[in-house]
Structures are given as C-alpha cells and as structure tokens.
Ligand binder design. Structure first.
Ligand SMILES: *[C@@H]1O[C@H](CO)[C@@H](O)[C@H](O)[C@H]1NC(C)=O
Ligand SMILES: *[C@@H]1O[C@H](CO)[C@@H](O)[C@H](O)[C@H]1NC(C)=O
Ligand SMILES: *[C@@H]1O[C@H](CO)[C@@H](O)[C@H](O)[C@H]1NC(C)=O
Ligand SMILES: *[C@@H]1O[C@H](CO)[C@@H](O)[C@H](O)[C@H]1NC(C)=O
Length: 718
C-alpha cells in the first residue's frame, strides 16, 4: 500500500538549503544555538494545533499542524475498510495476524465461603496468518449468503472480543452487509430494542449470548438465523429452531459451507454504512450510530500517522469490547501495519487475574505486547494494584520504590540524556523492571480513550511501565475522531491537538458561562468536524438534527456537549460537561463530574454520584463504600457489625466517610456549596452488569437516580 506522504507531512516545515556556504553557517552557528534553545524550552514552543479555516457556526477552530484540510485516507486508492484489509492481507500474506490461546484445562475452585470460581489454564498463542484470515473472511461471506442472508439485510455481532468477531466483521464488509454491534453485557430490554430497530435477520454470537437470545426469542420477530461462535451449541436449542423457525449453525459450519460454495465479493463504497454501533448510553435506550467505511477509515488513517514507529514488529493485545469504537479502530490500525493481534480478556489479562489458574501465565505475560488500548478505569486499577502490592511488601522494597518514583517524577521535565538517562536506566533495572513484567515487559505505547485519564495515573503508567500514553478524545458519533496527544508531549491532563482527520471548534455557551473570548484560554462547547463525523442516529432524525450540523462548505459537525479549553500550543483540555452542570437554588453552578472526581480521592470511596437540583441549596451524594478501607477502619475502631451492609448503615461509619469527603473537597479547593451536605453509604458495587454504570464505567445518572430515589428524598428530607 502506498502511503500518501504529502498529506501526512504537509506543514511540518521541512526546508532545504542548497548553497554550501549556507550549510556551513547552519552547522557552525545555527545548530548549536538552536540546540541550546531547544533543550531549554521545547515543550513550550512546539505548536501542535494551528488555527483552522472552518465554516459553520462562529467559534475558535483548531486543526492538526500536519494538515490543512482534514485527512480522509492515509493510503492511495483505499477508501473502505474492506479494501484496506484485502491489500494488507496480500502484502503480509505469510505474517501472523489473529492469535488465540489454546485452552489446556478448565477447573472449578471453591473458596472458603463456598463460592465457586472458574479457573483457566491457557497455553501459547496460536496464529492464523494474514492469508488464512483473508480466506476465512471470504468463506464466511460466501457461507452467509448460502445460508440465505441477503445483502441488504443486517447482521448483528453480539459477542465478546475474539478472532471470530473480526472475521465475521470483515466477511460482512466483503458483501456490503451492514454490521450491527451490541455489547455482550447489554441488558435484555436494550438488546431487544437494538435487534428490533435494525431488523436484524442474522445474529453472530457466542454460546453465552445465545442463551440470552433464546430467553427473549418470543420478542424477536425479524431474527431468522443464529451463527454460534462456540461449537458447544446448547442441546435444547432445537426447541427454538422448531418453535421460532430459527436456523442455528456453528461458525465453523458457515465457513465450510462458504468454502464449498464460493461466491464473489460485492464490495461497498466509502459512503456505505459499515457499522451501526449501539452505544450503552448513560440515559434511556441505546442509540445506533451509523458509521460509513469512510468515517472509520478517516480515524484509522489519522491515528496510524500519529503513533510513532508502527511496524509489523509490533504486537497488539486485544481485550476491550470490539463493540467499542476505540477497539474497533485499533484492530483495524494493527491490520493496516501488518502486525499480529493476540486476543485476551479483562479476566485473564495478567498472571494474577481472576480467571487465571494460580501459577500459570496471563495473556499479557504470554503475548508480551508492545501496544495496548485501555480505558482509564482499567489503568486506574493497574495503578491501584501496583500501589497495593508495593505497600503490602513494605520495608526496603517500598522505600526503594517510592524513592525511585520520586526521582523519576522530578526528572520528567528534564533531559532524557546524559547523567539523568543513566539514572533512569538504573531505576528501570532495579525497580520498574518487575512492574513492567506484569504486562509482558515490552509495552511501548498505550492508547487511552473513552473518558478522561487522571494526571496522576498517566504519570504513574509513564514511569512504572516506561510506555508513552496516547490520550485521545472522541465519541462514538465522531467515530473516535477528535483529538490525540502526541508521543513527545509529557504534560498531563490534556488530550492533545486535533487528529489529522478532525477540525475541533469551541463555540460559546453563555448559559454555562463558557466563552471563546475567555482568558487566559478560549473556552466553550466542543464541536468536531471532518470525515470521521458519522451519518447520525439510526431511525432517529430528530435527535440527529439536534446534534449534527452540515456547514456551507459541506463539512459535517457534531456538537459533543462537552466543554473544553484550548491551550496556546493547540492542545485541548476537557473541563466540563454541559449535562452535568446543575444550577442550585441560589444560582451557584455545580459541576457534578468535577466534584465527583475530587471526592473519589477519599480512600473510603469506591464510587460516588453527586446529586444537585435547583430546588435545594445544597448537594447530597450516593457513595459506594470501599469494603477493605471501611472494614479496616471499623476493625481499628473496634466497631462491631454483622456484615458489610450493616456497617454501611451505621451512623458512625457515615460520619467517618463524610469527614473524609470534606477533607478531600478542601484539598481540591471546592466551594462550600459543592461539598455534599449529606450522604447515603451503599455496600453493593456499581458494575456494568447491574446496569448502573456503562461498560466504560461511566455513571448512568438517570437510572441511578430512579433506583435510589427513596434514599435521595430521605437525604433531602432529614
Ligand atoms: C451497499 O448496500 C447499501 C444498502 O443495502 C446500498 O444502498 C449500496 O448501494 C450498496 N453499495 C454498493 C456499492 O452496491
Ligand atoms: C420488538 O418487536 C416486537 C414485535 O414488533 C415487540 O413485541 C417487542 O416488544 C419489541 N421489543 C422491543 C424491545 O422493542
Ligand atoms: C434449555 O435448557 C436450559 C437449562 O438446561 C434452560 O434454562 C432453558 O430454559 C432451556 N431452553 C428452552 C427453550 O427450553
Ligand atoms: C514540570 O514543569 C511544569 C511547568 O513547567 C510544572 O508545573 C510541573 O509541576 C513540573 N513537573 C514536575 C514533575 O516537576
């Protein structure tokens, strides 16, 4: 594949000098001068985003410094994901692509309190080559047609991340079949709604998801075929086949069927809809976002040009849900560079993960990836895990770790060469090498997205894992397009300049008090424009017209509802969210997200939702207590309790936690009206399975409000 280099490097300011006299002058005088200047203040001088000539609503618009007009594709003549996949498979035919671990044994362990856990012993990664994967996708495409699936009908993929997911996706693309993606953790109502709305006729799923489908089969009028990725199809499935008229086949059967009866491809165009992605929204039923091949390709192209040094030598560990746009884009990027993808899961990621049999290897230490994607919630957990382990070890190890960490932290701002470089090498060898081994020891780049990453966690991962973090900001509606931090930017708390495919504009939001004329930085609602901005919501024109606009030049813009500010170097910082700002009785604005982030610092808090409304002058909060921390405190104080939920009901416990929240609030310099006056302490954690938080662990405020409405009114009443 020929890369379109002009597009990528345009505007990077390369200048050639031809006269020898000039060259001598440059080497002798200018170079040392520039070098000393560079070493002093590179970070402050580098402009990563520049003013953009944008249409539409007036605002403060910024583009990436590499481009003048938004990038559509990084490869000449390639305009769909199907083409990108085919070209890559030809170019890297013999190289490994999809890796899966063989199951050696499955055991059930019973813990002290009688609960049983499944433990897996997994073997080495076994790979399908690029050539084999291409054949599998073609076979699946033919098999699907042979089963009777017509091109204009939609296929849903409802499964955990695994190689069949990717093969089915590419197989559908080869026949211009639109794929509906659904989180495997989605609840019944939302699942029914997504399949109904898109009139899906074929569902591709795993055995676990098949059971869920069977449970709701009575409400699914359009489904005719189910392709099960696992061979062990539940035995009473013939009942459904009889009563609902479904055809249930295994994935392997469909591939074989296609291999024996090949059908030519029916390739899509750039503007055809590739995926309808159902997002587990934080309010109401999920909405389907229609993404064209061109939309996804724009993001894939842009990120590919930003991450430094990508090559077939890289190894990618895939474990996030493929139904999330971040993972979908990431796997297509990996395919475009000719590198392998090793599949894993959050429960088998490390040697100490829940489902890994003691003494055997987790996915990361087996695969030894160089690149991973992660959501901040996962990175926070990694950080907590390392911190706890260090604390548990105590003694000299702890002192050494803390000393090394402090030294590296203070060196972060300085030069990476000379004596400091030597010191860094020393600490890496003595202290951080062991930490790095947790993720295989070769990690060099981490893509983070989905939510803002805390500055502390970013630094921690930088130092302990020696990996650069590319923090992105984007939405499903913009196909993850938006901004992406550059590898040499060591600042924290910002999400970088616009991607090459995106123009990012701030527009005034006077009601919330954010204006582009604000100083020292322009602030406003973040609006994203360019080829990655999707077509809109499926069968929901009203909502689409509300948040998508096309300007006079034909560029599509998406109104994100997030509030941001642009730094002088063209990097964006997310500072607030429109929906999450509430006006109290006396007119003060409370930013729920900001306050929650500040209060989460308390060791007693596992999760927290702040509640504020215009009918009261103060806020209250629902707090999920951290069991180890609260029980630890109770043990120390000699508090007697029956169980954890009993402990959370006790007045003295609530008082202790509230005091700790007030301390955290004061440390973060919150205003008095921002600090919850009363709290309800909860003992049950909020997980995606309970439906109280999204798969990316964002609060579903409306649902939480409904579920705990009684508790909330009690808090206000008392
Ligand atoms: C792909 O499918 C869509 C929807 O069925 C159709 O509108 C479009 O024309 C197809 N594209 C091609 C190139 O046939
Ligand atoms: C799906 O459609 C069927 C029939 O039209 C209906 O009975 C069912 O309630 C619908 N389910 C959802 C979740 O909309
Ligand atoms: C199939 O069997 C499982 C348990 O073995 C049961 O829970 C389920 O209801 C059965 N399904 C049907 C459609 O009979
Ligand atoms: C790095 O420098 C910036 C300002 O230039 C400062 O705000 C920050 O605290 C410094 N970080 C460390 C770790 O010293």
């Amino acid at each position: 594949m020929r890369m379109i280099l002009n597009d990528v490097f345009l505007g990077s300011g390369l200048v050639y000098f031809s006269s020898p006299k000039m060259s001598a002058y440059i080497i002798g005088v200018l170079v040392p001068l520039v070098f000393s200047l560079l070493l002093r203040s590179t970070r402050n001088e580098k402009r990563r985003g520049l003013p953009a000539d944008a249409g539409g609503e007036p605002g403060y618009a910024i583009r990436n410094h590499r481009i003048t007009s938004p990038m559509k594709s990084a490869w000449e003549g390639i305009s769909t994901l199907a083409q990108l996949f085919e070209e890559s498979c030809k170019q890297y035919a013999d190289k490994p692509l999809l890796g899966t671990r063989k199951l050696i044994s499955r055991e059930v362990e019973v813990s002290g309190d009688g609960r049983s856990f499944e433990k897996l012993h997994l073997g080495e990664y076994e790979y399908m080559s690029y050539g084999q994967t291409f054949e599998a996708a073609c076979n699946f495409a033919s098999g699907l047609a042979q089963l009777g699936h017509r091109r204009e009908e939609r296929v849903a993929i409802f499964a955990d991340t695994r190689k069949e997911w990717f093969i089915a996706l590419q197989g559908c693309f080869r026949r211009n079949v639109t794929v509906v993606t659904i989180y495997s953790s989605l609840g019944e109502e939302a699942l029914c709604h997504s399949l109904n709305e898109t009139e899906v006729t074929t569902v591709v799923c795993g055995a676990k998801e098949l059971k869920k489908l069977v449970d709701i089969s009575g409400q699914l009028d359009t489904v005719k075929r189910v392709i099960c990725m696992d061979d062990e199809v539940p035995s009473n499935i013939s009942l459904v086949e009889g009563s609902r008229g479904w055809t249930v086949k295994s994935f392997a059967f469909v591939e074989r069927l296609g291999q024996e009866n090949p059908i030519g491809p029916d390739l899509p165009l750039s503007a055809d809809v590739a995926v309808i992605m159902y997002t587990s929204g934080s309010t109401g039923l999920p909405k389907g976002v229609m993404m064209t091949h061109g939309n996804i390709l724009a993001t894939v192209s842009s990120v590919m040009t930003i991450v430094p040094g990508l090559s077939p030598k890289d190894v990618y560990l895939a474990y996030l849900p493929l139904a999330h746009v971040l993972e979908l884009a990431a796997e297509n990027i990996v395919v475009s560079i000719g590198a392998p993808i090793g599949y894993g899961s959050p429960l088998t990621l490390t040697d100490t993960s829940n489902k890994i049999k003691k003494g055997t290897q987790g996915d990361a230490s087996m695969l030894r990836p160089t690149i991973m994607a992660a959501v901040p919630a996962i990175l926070d957990r990694v950080r907590d895990g390392v911190t706890k382990k260090v604390a548990a070890k105590g003694g000299l190890s702890k002192t050494l770790f803390n000393f090394a960490y402090a030294r590296r932290l203070s060196a972060m701002n300085g030069s990476w060469f000379g004596a400091r470089g030597l010191e860094r090498f020393l600490w890496d060898f003595l202290v951080f090498r062991k930490v790095r081994a947790v993720l295989g020891g070769r990690l060099r780049f981490l893509l983070s997205g989905g939510a803002p990453l805390s500055g502390d966690t970013q630094r921690f991962i930088n130092i302990c894992f020696g990996a650069t973090i590319g923090q992105g900001y984007g939405l499903t509606e913009t196909c993850a397009g938006g901004t992406f931090s550059e590898f040499d930017d060591t600042s924290v708390g910002r999400v970088g300049p616009p991607l090459p495919c995106s123009f990012v504009k701030l527009v005034d939001w006077p009601e919330g008090g954010y204006l582009t004329s604000d100083s020292p930085m322009p602030r406003g609602e973040i609006v994203i424009g360019g080829p990655s901005v999707t077509l809109g919501y499926f069968k929901n024109e009203a909502k689409t017209n509300e948040v998508y606009k096309v300007d006079e030049k034909g560029m599509r813009w998406f109104y994100s509802g997030d509030i941001g500010q642009f730094h002088a170097d063209g990097c964006l910082e997310i500072i607030d969210r429109k929906k999450d700002i509430v006006k109290l009785q006396h007119g003060e604005y409370v930013s729920l997200g900001k306050v929650e982030a500040a209060l989460l610092v308390s060791p007693y808090v596992d999760n927290i939702m702040l509640h504020a409304d215009p009918f009261h002058s103060y806020c209250v909060a629902l707090v999920v207590a951290s069991q180890p921390a609260v029980e630890g405190w109770a043990a120390q104080q000699g508090v007697v309790f029956v169980d954890f939920s009993d402990l959370c009901e006790k007045e003295e416990t609530v008082k202790e936690v509230l005091n700790s929240l007030i301390k955290a609030a004061k440390k973060a310099k919150l205003e008095k009206f921002e600090i919850p006056a009363k709290i309800k302490l909860l003992s049950e954690p909020w997980t995606p399975e309970t439906g109280l938080v999204t798969a990316a662990l964002k609060l579903k405020r409306d649902i939480l409000k409904k579920k705990f409405s009684e508790d909330l009114s009690k808090l206000y009443a008392s």
